[in-house]
Write a protein that binds this ligand. Sequence first.
Ligand SMILES: CCCCCCCC/C=C\CCCCCCCC(=O)SCCNC(=O)CCNC(=O)[C@H](O)C(C)(C)COP(=O)(O)OP(=O)(O)OC[C@H]1O[C@@H](n2cnc3c(N)ncnc32)[C@H](O)[C@@H]1OP(=O)(O)O
Length: 194
Amino acid sequence: MSGSSAALQPPADAVKPVRHPDAPAPGELLGAHYEHCFGCGPGQPHGLHLEARAGEGVSLTAEFTVQPAHQGAPGLAHGGVLATALDETLGSLNWLLRTIAVTGRLETDFLRPVPVGTTLYLEAEVTAVAGRKIYCTATGRLGGPGGPLAVRADALFVEVKVDHFVDHGRQEEIQAVMNDPDQIRRTRAFEVNP
Ligand SMILES: CCCCCCCC/C=C\CCCCCCCC(=O)SCCNC(=O)CCNC(=O)[C@H](O)C(C)(C)COP(=O)(O)OP(=O)(O)OC[C@H]1O[C@@H](n2cnc3c(N)ncnc32)[C@H](O)[C@@H]1OP(=O)(O)O
């Protein structure tokens, strides 16, 4: 079964997404948004280490290789890990809009089992924007762009201010980020280029 619920249907006043003029060029790696992110951070030993690359328009591709630490059933990826890969890929789209946003709703179809050792090839695009609401969709294929479709998702992201993280994140990590000039520079770029 597939398709998304009414909550993921863009409203009548939704518009097409607009790629930000300073978005990374098609083919460029986006890089991790946070060193300790479970989805993309290089500082997470058991994380997904997902790598996303800008595509045309407001789209991107990403890859992640399923490790033994990602198992649910023996030799197979855990469904929650696959949902994380989709969530991370969809979240990365916001770099192309230059918007900071968090997942409000994520609907996932698991179509085929994904064995350990598989490289999951993901494609995602923003389909519509309505105010703070960003509607997007993603697929994950086994082995490469022409591989069998294994997972897919539709999601709604909601734009937030940096305050969202400052107000809700544990102070220890927030302070560490605030002391990291690279992270602050990257975050500020989003604030001054709405
Ligand atoms: C100096 C420090 C620097 C820090 C720098 C950090 C930089 C980081 C950069 C990038 C980070 C990106 C990280 C990506 C990681 C991958 C993505 C994730 O996993 S994110 C984690 C999981 N998600 C959450 O934890 C959200 C928890 N939820 C919330 O916080 C709120 O519920 C939130 C923000 C989503 C909405 O709350 P409201 O109070 O702001 O807004 P309301 O009015 O409730 O919603 C706005 C609109 O959205 C709809 N909406 C909200 N949630 C919905 C839902 N679940 N389903 C359908 N519609 C929903 C509402 O109906 C409303 O629509 P209408 O404007 O009335 O038309």
